[in-house]
Design a protein around this ligand. Structure first.
Ligand SMILES: Nc1ncnc2c1ncn2[C@@H]1O[C@H](COP(=O)(O)OP(=O)(O)OP(=O)(O)O)[C@@H](O)[C@H]1O
Ligand SMILES: [Mg+2]
Ligand SMILES: [Mg+2]
Length: 557
């Protein structure tokens, strides 16, 4: 189905105008879904948003249950069964082969790259890879599906029984790392559909088949999550894993990663409730809001004696509400049947299940060969950063979650004598801060790791003060190509050596601030900081603050 496009969201969602749920930004530490789901009776151990939701007028023990289906577009040059290119925003219908347009007689040819991507994703998510998987036709009528069916893997998917481990920061200061996991039921290979473009001015719907037949991995998760925040954290980690593997580019705004949220509520200990399915959500924040709204709505329905209908719903980001879609897919019979034009997909393993004699090894996918190409995953990267550089876990999150920032940090740390703990402050506060402010990526940083390392060395060697170093940094940011040492030289930002001059400036500050001097003499030592600041202002941050403090202490004692 065509992905609905979503825009910006507001933070507050209204439910029937009566209830306003402020979307919770942080969790308490007790938010593990296993805790949530296994200890339903204990209110202290439920997740924060559940607790928020239950504060409303609905029965006490109802809790939310969430299962996600994620459609990830496979990062591949060509489509799943045809040689047409895969490219976002190409002119409409410019990337369509006979097979994509379902012309009679056109046959599917499986794209090896898509198979390898699914195997790699399955292995990274701790799945069992099925040596034999099958393709099926799933029939439904929609204008952007010209064949009238989608080729998918309903009976025997390529990967099963995995686990997505995800962590997120919690606590008031967002500095506690909470680790959880959600089971992956299966990963199936399937085709994407085309796109329907509605032209209101001409009351027409136009079809663009560029996306028709692009390879998708559908990742089906077990209903292990309990609220929007957990779902959003799991999807963010999945996005990062897929990007690290290179199996999906994961750009949600471009529809490369689309999420269907299955939501139900039930009383702990009782069977799961009837689920609704909120379709095609293309942002982690909207996902969280849609789920929390839907849990609340279902609690309201049950609380007022109604029953939840098994229906497909859509999320409207403007109102923050979900509403039923006209197309009730839950009631459809897809008439699944084996795809007659594709043989079973067989995979091999050079050690335990080598390809039969006579089969060209180039023509098969070897699971162990794919395993060897899996790069270091985000969770392992974070651990390595903490172990190698002694960083705080929350800093390792920022470095790993921001594309390119970890390499930037390692680049600086490996080229400077400054301690990693000092480097991280500059990378996160100064570099990332300015990048965000100016809407730039790490790769667009005007200050290279080498230049920052040189600046930190000047600081380390006592050739500039920390306040002068900030000025040099801002000068570097202008991207003139001059080195930190040149900037220091040209702008006279080097540390002041002239003791007599420093003493003279300190004395003039003391003389012109009798009130402050009196306060210091009566024991208020904090006021000394103000005088240090004034001297720094006078010297443009070029005097050694330790030396200045000592002179001022002496002069006010
Ligand atoms: N009671 C429930 N509450 C919440 N989620 C549920 C519940 N029961 C099942 N789910 C979730 O619903 C999803 C079912 O996905 P699945 O692909 O198997 O079927 P489907 O939604 O019927 O098919 P389709 O792919 O056509 O959407 C899973 O993510 C599962 O965890
Ligand atoms: Mg599904
Ligand atoms: Mg579904």
């Amino acid at each position: 189905m065509a992905a609905s496009s979503m825009g910006l969201c507001t933070v507050v969602c209204n439910i029937n105008r009566k209830i306003t749920t402020r979307y919770p930004r942080i969790f308490s530490l007790n938010t593990c879904h296993h805790v949530c789901r296994k200890s339903f009776g204990s209110s202290t151990q439920r997740c924060h948003s559940q607790a928020q939701i239950r504060k409303k007028s609905v029965p006490q023990q109802l809790v939310g249950v969430v299962g996600l289906e994620v459609h990830a577009q496979i990062h591949s040059n060509t489509k799943l069964f045809s040689g047409s290119q895969v490219r976002f925003s190409a002119p409409p219908n410019s990337l369509v082969s006979f097979f994509d347009a379902s012309l009679p007689g056109a046959l599917p040819v499986l794209n090896r790259r898509c198979v390898e991507a699914a195997v790699m994703t399955g292995l990274a998510l701790e799945c069992t890879i099925n040596r034999k998987s099958l393709f099926d036709r799933k029939h439904y009528f929609y204008a952007d599906l010209p064949a009238g069916y989608q080729i998918t893997q309903q009976r025997l998917p390529i990967a099963v029984d995995g686990r997505l481990r995800y962590s997120h920061l919690a606590g008031r200061k967002q500095n506690q790392v909470v680790t959880k996991s959600v089971r992956i039921k299966q990963i199936q290979l399937e085709q994407d559909s085309g796109k329907s473009l509605h032209d209101d001015s001409r009351s027409q719907t136009l079809i663009d088949l560029n996306r028709a037949g692009v390879g998708l991995m559908e990742l089906v998760m077990e209903p292990d999550l309990c609220c929007g925040e957990e779902a959003a954290a799991a999807v963010r980690e999945l996005q990062l894993i897929l990007q690290t593997l290179g199996t999906c580019q994961g750009n949600m705004a471009e529809g490369q990663l689309r999420v269907d949220a299955n939501v139900s509520v039930h009383r702990p200990g009782e069977p799961l409730g009837v689920r609704t399915e909120v379709k095609n959500i293309n942002s982690a924040r909207f996902l969280a809001r849609a789920i929390d709204y839907e849990i609340q709505r279902q609690m309201e329905v049950i609380g007022s004696g109604g029953t939840v209908l098994n229906e497909t719903r859509a999320f409207d980001y403007k109102s923050g509400q979900t509403f039923p879609m006209r197309d009730k897919e839950g009631l459809q019979d897809y008439r699944f049947m084996p795809e007659p034009n594709l043989p079973p997909l067989l995979l091999y393993d050079s050690e335990t299940a080598p390809p039969p004699q006579g089969v060209d090894p180039q023509q098969v996918v070897l699971i162990d060969a794919v395993r060897k190409t899996i790069p270091e995953l985000p969770a392992v990267r974070r651990e390595r950063l903490v172990d190698t550089f002694g960083l705080l876990p929350e800093h390792s999150f920022t470095l790993v979650n921001e594309d390119g920032l970890m390499d930037y940090f390692v680049g600086v740390a490996s080229q400077t004598r400054a301690e990693p703990k000092k480097v991280i402050g500059w990378v996160i506060k100064d570099v990332l801060g300015l990048l965000k402010q100016q809407g730039l990526n790490v790769s667009q940083s005007p200050v290279s790791p080498r230049r920052l390392a040189q600046l930190l060395d000047l600081l380390e060697d006592g050739r500039v003060s920390s306040s002068a170093a900030k000025l040099v940094f801002l000068e570097l940011w202008k991207g003139t190509g001059r080195s930190p040492a040149q900037i220091v030289e040209e702008q006279g930002l080097g540390m002041m050596d002239d003791s007599a001059e420093i003493r003279r400036i300190c004395q003039s500050v003391i003389d012109s601030h009798p009130e402050e001097v009196r306060a210091i003499r009566t024991g208020n030592k904090k006021v000394l900081n103000k005088l240090v600041g004034l001297v720094q202002k006078e010297t443009k941050g070029r005097a050694d603050p330790v030396r200045v403090r000592a002179i001022l202490e002496e002069g006010t004692s």
